[in-house]
Design a binder for this molecule. Structure first.
Ligand code: BGC
Length: 753
């Protein structure tokens, strides 16, 4: 291993400053004099976008041919850690073969709104799923000695004004919703690098946010790689460096290097800070270089097969009223442009130059029972009467119509947010018209995030294919015809309409301040709390078989928050075909002082079961499964009490439930003042011991004369008690001559000691 410290010691200040930013769009600096090589990074996340010639961060110029795997929206729906690790391994192999040291991604920002233009790259509205899938992805890539760059840290949940807006969220919201995916991935999978986001967090640019880049990321979570900026996210280079931003990308053309040199020379920046950043960068450069597999080649066809497998596990069967799977003997009309040319990836920096694209229609070659009508164009949202007529005729003549619809590129992409949640009107009209003439209609959707479905009741089947990568057509075909049993589940809620979404009032406005007013109530955490109907709930996804759940067992009835709880449940394939089920575990705090979601996902396992087969799933829950983030404690805290352990096939299909009592071993730091209410003091047994005699005397004085009939006395006492509950301690001074100010102050000192 190269002696990085010794190398840094030999570098001049100018060389070190230069190392802190890219040599060009995709490379770190080389120092020939010292034999330090340049190192290449490239986009990701779901394929390798290596540009050999003209570089850009928008996916405009050509990159090498690579395999386009399903995008994050789809891979999360697989709920299959092992499969996503295999996908990561394939990406790592491609990077080894192409000499790329770090593949940028995974992208784990939380889907605050269905409208975020980059939702297709992101995993989920739920931080637990996002963290688990991210960790699986990272483990896969890095097992091939190639780094990842988990992004975009932090709270980058919209594209509108992404480089100037500030995401205004409470610390608890950040800790419970927006940070855990990063936290889990950093702790479990140790990404080699982290990419900071463009936006500000509570007024401070991510790039210069010492609290998150250093105190939390390194201090609390133990990150030991380098932090790079998103492309162009650097604001004040010297401040950013001090905050913990090691590598600026891409190059600043030498401008920022000079600022660093100047700052060291004029004493406003310690040279050790520069040394530390350079050391972190070089550690990763050498980790890759010294483990290079120079003989590596990658087989695009083998990876294409894997991309197909991932797509098969990522397509969600949303609805099926006996129409699927199709039979080979049925006459099937494939309708819609995406049967022939599927939309399988999104626009922007993740855009892959795919090695091959398989459409569902190409899979039907040789199947004389499948006909095709294009139905719509997707460059403009206008009804093409001729195409529509042809499609309606094809649908009438068939036994089943399968419409391949979805969002065109122009509707969702990096760089802008969607303005609404609708599909193009021309496609909605087409679906209505087909459904009128063909009772057996199925819709296959190609989109990176939820759409409204005004035709949902008119069709018998809906498959959500998301942006399923280059092999999506093969996976769709095999699912439609039952060769593959669908097994994916939604990693996000499909609301009935956009206005139902909790961020609706505060999302992507033309102002830089974005207030996360909904707090922790994102996705199902909100819809559940509000008892709202949704189109399809989080965790939903059907299969061609049935699963039954039994024998839920908890390892204990009572645990301490320092302990662990084992949860076991049996799952049986009670249907007729082989299938996979995603077993979901949610935890519900029955009663809590702060507002908490009705339930939160804290575990999932995907199982494969033959017909009649039963398997036992085991989960282990620790403190974090029960805790909320307490801002006074600045840590995770479990409020003692009863928690329900819910096992379900979706967030709205809970099959089994048992409860456990969890006891806290931590006392919240509380300081009482004259303004503390009697009720709060009363709730704290220890504190109340000190003031009880005064409160009793207060009641006595207020109620002592009330010797009327029993009923009046009861009402009066109840009322007095209610009023006393919210009365500040100082109230004892104004309402009765019971205690003096100095006595109360002395009591407070004792309580607070
Ligand atoms: C995107 C990143 C991407 C980078 C390099 C930026 O605009 O936000 O996700 O990795 O460009 O292309």
């Amino acid at each position: 291993m190269a002696d990085v410290k010794a190398l840094v010691a030999k570098m001049t200040l100018e060389e070190k400053a230069a190392m802190c930013s890219g040599a060009d769009f995709w490379h770190t600096e080389a120092v020939e004099r010292l034999g330090i090589p340049a190192s290449m990074v490239s986009d990701g996340p779901h394929g390798l976008r290596k540009q050999d010639l003209k570089a850009d961060h928008l996916g405009v110029n050509e990159s090498i041919k690579a395999v386009c795997f399903p995008a994050g929206c789809a891979t999360a729906a697989s709920f299959n850690r092992e499969l996503i690790t295999r996908m990561g391994e394939a990406l790592g192999e491609e990077c080894q073969a192409e000499g790329v040291s770090v593949i940028l991604g995974p992208a784990v920002n939380i889907k605050r709104s269905p409208l975020c233009g980059r939702n297709f790259e992101y995993y989920s509205e739920d931080p637990y799923v996002a963290g688990e899938i991210a960790a699986a992805h990272i483990c896969g890539v890095q097992s091939k000695n190639v780094g990842t760059s988990i992004k975009h840290f932090l709270a980058n949940n919209q594209e509108t004004r992404r480089m100037s807006s500030t995401s205004e969220a409470e610390e608890r919201t950040l800790r419970e919703i927006y940070m855990p995916a990063f936290e889990t991935a950093v702790k479990k999978a140790k990404p080699w690098t982290v990419m900071c986001s463009y936006n500000k967090i509570n007024g401070i640019y991510a790039a210069e946010n010492r609290k998150y880049l250093t105190d939390v990321l390194r201090g609390e979570w133990g990150f030991d790689g380098y932090v790079m900026s998103d492309w162009g996210a650097v604001n004040k280079r010297v401040e950013d460096l001090k905050a913990g931003l090691d590598l600026e990308m891409p190059s600043s053309g030498g401008i920022n290097d000079r600022l660093i040199v100047e700052a060291v020379k004029n004493g406003t920046l310690l040279e050790e800070v520069v040394d530390q950043a350079v050391e972190r960068i070089l550690n990763i450069v050498y980790r890759f270089e010294e483990n290079r597999d120079k003989t590596a080649v990658f087989d695009r066809d083998v990876h294409d097969v894997l991309a197909r497998k991932v797509a098969e596990e990522s397509i969600v069967l949303l609805k099926n009223e006996g129409v699927l799977p199709l039979m080979k003997s049925e006459k099937v009309a494939f309708i819609g442009k995406y049967a022939e040319a599927p939309r399988y990836q999104g626009g922007g920096s993740s855009h892959i130059n795919s090695s091959k694209i398989t459409s569902a229609l190409s899979m039907a070659t040789g199947n004389a029972n499948v006909s095709y009508a294009k139905g719509f164009e997707d460059d403009k949202d206008v009804i093409n009467e001729a195409l529509m007529e042809e499609a309606v005729t094809a649908a009438k003549q068939a036994d089943v119509a399968v419409i391949f619809a979805g969002l065109p590129d122009a509707f969702e992409s990096e760089g802008f947010d969607r303005e609404h949640m609708r599909m193009p009107e021309c496609q909605n009209v087409l679906i209505h018209e087909i459904a009128k003439v063909q009772p057996n209609t199925v819709v296959v959707l190609h989109n990176g995030s939820p759409v409204e479905m005004p035709w949902e009741k008119e069709v018998k089947g809906i498959l959500e294919a998301y942006l399923g990568g280059q092999a999506v057509g093969a996976a769709e075909y095999d699912i439609l015809f039952g060769k593959v049993n669908p097994s994916a589940k939604l990693a996000e809620t499909f609301p009935l309409k956009l206005e139902d979404n909790p961020s609706y009032l505060d999302f992507a406005r033309e102002e830089d301040k974005v207030v996360y007013r909904e707090g922790i109530f994102v996705g199902y955490r909100y819809y559940d709390k509000k008892k709202m109907n949704v189109l399809f709930p989080f965790g939903h996804g059907l299969s061609y078989t049935e699963f039954s759940y039994s024998n839920l067992e908890l390892g204990a009835e009572k645990i301490k928050d320092t302990g662990k709880l084992t949860v076991r449940v049996d799952v049986t394939n009670s249907g007729a075909v082989q299938g996979k089920e995603v077993v979901q575990l949610y935890v519900a705090d029955r009663e809590s002082t702060p507002a908490r979601p009705v339930k939160e996902l804290k575990g999932f396992e995907k199982l494969e079961l033959a017909p009649g087969e039963t398997k036992t799933v085991t989960f282990e829950l620790d403190k974090r499964a029960f805790a909320y983030y307490d801002e006074s404690l600045k840590d995770w805290y479990v409020e003692s009490g009863d928690f329900d352990i819910l096992i379900g096939a979706s967030s709205r299909d809970i099959r089994l439930k048992k409860s456990v009592q969890v006891e806290s071993t931590v006392r919240l730091p509380k300081t009482y003042t004259l303004d503390s209410t009697l009720g709060d003091l009363q709730a704290d047994e220890r504190a109340y011991g000190y003031v009880k005699k005064y409160v009793d005397a207060y009641y006595e004085s207020m109620l002592g004369d009330n010797t009327g009939d029993a009923g009046a006395e009861a009402i009066s006492r109840q009322m007095q008690e209610a009023m006393a509950k919210y009365m500040p301690l100082r109230g004892l001074l104004s309402f009765a001559d019971i205690v003096s100010l100095s006595e109360l102050e002395s009591v407070l000192r004792q309580i607070n000691q």
